[in-house]
Design a protein around this ligand. Structure first.
Ligand code: ADP
Length: 478
């Protein structure tokens, strides 16, 4: 609730920042559909995804806000539907001069009375108070979603008939689309084939040894997992000094170097290695992809850089270029129904190929109205163990934050918040980044109330964290 209110008050104060960057709505919808598919299946209703004609592959919008909107609407649709199905339909709309993108969320649920339709977009309004008793909820989801949609040059409108169902239509300004590829409906919406493709796209690297230098254990672990999966050998160092020592003792084919680290930072480590005559390619890993930054890392002797949170494909692409790796696609057929999942020993071969064994954490009775906090890696089964480890670590770190907060130990609190600011996004839980940054800032400034609010927001997010593949564990716990 606090999280929603903070979001809303930012929106009302006009401080809502929305981005206009490359954004692939069909992918976002597909991910939400896959993840929430579990809830629909648990309720015995369908969840379908289709496109009404060709859609642009990319628009200019705000991916995380869009994900929030779609998650809210699809979550509501499932919540208020007992029979039939929820359908999500995407389409290109508008004109060549003013291109738009539309997403309809259509359900066959309880519907909304005509005199209540306007009110539901107001904060804290619910169509029917008995609904709250039955379904829970805060009455904030739609208020926030509509404000986001409006900030993105669009709107959300609703049509509904009690007892028949509702359609929530999201319209977005798509931004200029000249030169953007159009996807056929099958390409945009094919859940299974694409998952297979995405998950099984692998790089074929010659044998090579990589040194991963980062003070964040999650970062190192993430990178190690991905690189090892692609046949590379990985060593780790947690600061620049250890990196220099290791690089002097062992020949590495590439060094991945975080720039800001305790003891010795990446700039110094890189300069030191270059002074010692080391020619090994060194890629800077950094959160600061700001103007002028590129010059700085190159001046220190880096070969190039990869921005954090790390995009796995970008990282592998950069390594492939240096090491002579080739992209190879696994056979998508391996993921088709009935075929055994060779790459996924953890789950018994499911009837549906999409890996969607999702469980709510830390909630014995999940409040269906609260938007789940999802990792952008939720659909990649190879990431699940890392997401689980992050979740466990998060619990510990939040407990430590509570303690330092209670003890008014602001420096310690700031450093815990700093960890979360980087670690959450690294494993695709981007929702933590902003509140963790706020917490770090407040702790540094000695702003107790501010830190307390940010900490509560983080707890609220953590309570809604969804870890794929934890279903059995969570059910057993509940
Ligand atoms: P809540 O957290 O209560 O779900 P929302 O702002 O998301 O808050 O929704 C406000 C109200 O709108 C809900 O309480 C419900 O009465 C109504 N509503 C939203 N979506 C639907 C839907 N798909 N079908 C029926 N009623 C809905």
């Amino acid at each position: 609730l606090i999280n929603d209110i903070l979001d809303l008050s930012k929106v009302e104060a006009g401080r809502m920042e929305v981005e206009r960057i490359d954004c692939e709505p069909h992918r976002i919808v597909r991910e939400v559909v896959k993840v929430l598919g579990v809830r629909a299946r648990d309720k015995g209703i369908g969840l379908e995804f289709s496109a009404d004609g060709p859609v642009p592959a990319v628009i200019q919008s705000d991916p995380s806000r869009l994900r929030q909107i779609v998650t809210n609407l699809v979550g509501n649709a499932i919540k208020f539907t007992e029979h039939g199905a929820v359908r999500v339909v995407i389409r290109a709309a508008g004109s060549v001069a003013v291109p738009r993108y539309e997403i309809d969320v259509i359900d066959s649920g309880i519907g909304i009375a005509a005199d209540k339709l306007d009110g539901i977009f107001e904060a804290f309004v619910q169509a029917d108070s008995s609904v709250t008793r039955r379904f829970g909820g805060t009455g904030l989801g739609l208020a926030i979603s509509r404000r986001f949609a409006r900030a993105l040059g669009g709107d959300i409108v609703v049509r509904s008939e009690p007892g028949v169902g509702s359609t929530f239509a999201v319209m977005l300004d798509a931004g200029p689309l000249a030169g953007v590829k159009l996807l056929r409906p099958a390409e945009a919406c094919e859940l299974d084939v694409d998952v297979a493709d995405e998950e099984q796209a692998r790089w074929d690297f010659p044998s090579a040894r990589i040194l991963v230098v980062d003070d964040g254990a999650e970062n190192r672990e993430l990178v190690r997992l991905v690189l090892e999966e692609n046949g590379l050998t990985v060593d780790e160092a947690e600061n620049g000094q250890i990196a220099v020592d290791k690089a002097v003792a062992t020949r590495y084919d590439v060094i991945l170097m975080d720039m800001s680290m305790p003891v010795m930072d990446g700039y110094t480590a890189t300069r030191t290695l270059r002074q010692k005559g080391h020619k090994t390619p060194i890629f800077a890993l950094t959160a600061h992809a700001m103007a002028g930054f590129e010059k700085e890392v190159l001046a220190a002797g880096c070969t190039g850089y990869v921005t954090k949170p790390i995009d796995i494909d970008v990282l592998l692409g950069a390594l492939a270029e240096k090491l002579g790796g080739k992209r190879v696609h696994g056979e998508p057929v391996a993921r088709r129904p009935a075929a055994p999942q060779s790459a996924a020993p953890k789950s018994a071969a499911p009837v549906k190929p999409a890996p969607v064994a999702i469980a709510q954490r830390a909630e014995t009775a999940p409040r269906a109205s609260d938007a789940p906090v999802l990792s952008s890696y939720a659909n990649q089964e190879r990431m699940w163990s890392i997401l689980g480890r992050f979740a466990a670590r998060l619990d510990e770190q939040l407990a430590a934050m509570d303690q330092t907060y209670a003890a008014l130990d602001f420096p310690a609190l700031a450093s815990l918040a700093h960890w979360l600011k980087g670690a959450g996004g690294t494993v695709g839980y981007h929702a933590f980044t902003d509140p963790a940054r706020t917490l770090e800032d407040c702790a540094k400034a000695g702003d107790g109330p501010g830190a307390g609010a940010a900490l509560r927001e983080l707890h609220h997010l953590a309570g809604r964290l969804v870890v794929p593949g934890e279903k059995q564990a969570a059910t057993a716990a509940a």
